[in-house]
Design a protein around this ligand. Structure first.
Ligand code: DAK
Length: 259
């Protein structure tokens, strides 16, 4: 397994698995844990043997939010000036495709962490929410932004202003979750999807992720332009030559990393 204190890290084939491991605190996200997650993600970007990252929690909780004990006594000058949670943003900048495997609570920063991943596969037990309002604050790691772009204004307002939780089926209907499966099938379904993603050309998967993410940050014309440039750029890669040659020759591609 791993030498980390707050996460368990393993690798199956080309899939890196990060399991949040603070069960007594329902995987509350303290800084040491987030720095560990960040360091594994950054290393995965540079590691040709990793084609996909799976981020998971326990059966009861993906993560019940940022660690409230770390935040309770902080003041504005510290939160804004020192920006102690600024490091969180780096996880959202991971270039390797990431799947959030969500069972149980994904609340506050836990929901935001899942939203930093590229897709969310959930168990029927999953409960998503942004309950920060009940603590006298608002979401601080993209919840008001990524969630709005993902599920729209009305439902985001509903979650952020009432603080209520949303079950897995509602989350799938809203477009937050890409698949919902029974709890006993979650690991297998996630690993199947991760294996498929990891089996593709890594440079193409990174480029696809990059292009889809442009739609979050730009208008349509600019986004289409970014997509076109990344699309054209892939024609300078060995994997594009091999992928298309393999199709025409009716065989499986051998990606550059395997040569
Ligand atoms: N922080 C610290 N400890 C937590 C925790 C959390 N978020 N959530 C649960 N725990 C701890 C509980 O205190 C309890 O500890 P002990 O009393 O046993 O020592 C243990 O986990 C088990 O929790 P419960 O006894 O409460 O378990 P229940 O099944 O009864 O309830 C619950 C589960 C998830 C409904 C409940 O624990 C709960 O409401 N938890 C808090 C959920 C929450 O409010 N989450 C939002 C936190 S604020 C930012 C980045 C991120 C953030 C902000 C800024 N920047 C980049 C600037 C994020 C902020 C947040 O997430």
């Amino acid at each position: 397994m791993s030498d980390y204190e707050n996460i368990l890290v393993s690798q199956e084939g080309r899939v890196k698995i990060i399991q949040l491991n603070r069960p007594k605190a329902l995987n509350a996200l303290n800084m040491p844990l987030m720095l560990e997650v960040q360091s594994v993600c950054m290393a995965a970007d540079k590691d040709e043997s990793v084609g996909c990252i799976v981020l998971k929690g326990s059966e009861k909780a993906f993560a019940a939010g940022a660690d409230i004990t770390e935040m309770a006594d902080k003041d504005f000058a510290h939160m804004y000036g020192v920006n102690p949670f600024g490091e969180w943003d780096k996880i959202g900048q991971t270039r390797t495709p990431m799947i959030a495997s969500v069972s149980g609570f994904a609340l506050g920063g836990g929901c935001e962490l899942a939203l930093m991943c590229d897709l969310i596969i959930a168990s029927t037990t999953a409960k998503f929410g942004q309950p920060e309002i009940t603590l006298g604050i608002i979401p601080g790691a993209g919840g008001t932004q990524r969630l709005t772009k993902t599920i729209g204004k009305s439902k985001t307002m509903d979650l952020c202003l009432t603080g209520r939780m949303m079950g897995a089926e509602e989350a799938e209907r809203a477009g937050l979750v890409s698949r919902v499966v029974d709890p006993e099938d979650l690991d297998a379904e996630v690993m199947k999807a991760a294996g498929v993603i990891a089996g593709h050309s890594k440079v193409a998967a990174m480029a696809g992720k990059d292009a889809v993410n442009r739609s979050f940050e730009t208008g349509l014309t600019e986004g289409i332009g970014a997509e076109r440039r990344v699309f054209a750029g892939l024609f300078s890669t060995a994997d594009q030559k091999e992928g298309m040659a393999a199709f025409l020759e009716k065989r499986k591609p051998v990606w550059s990393r395997d040569q």
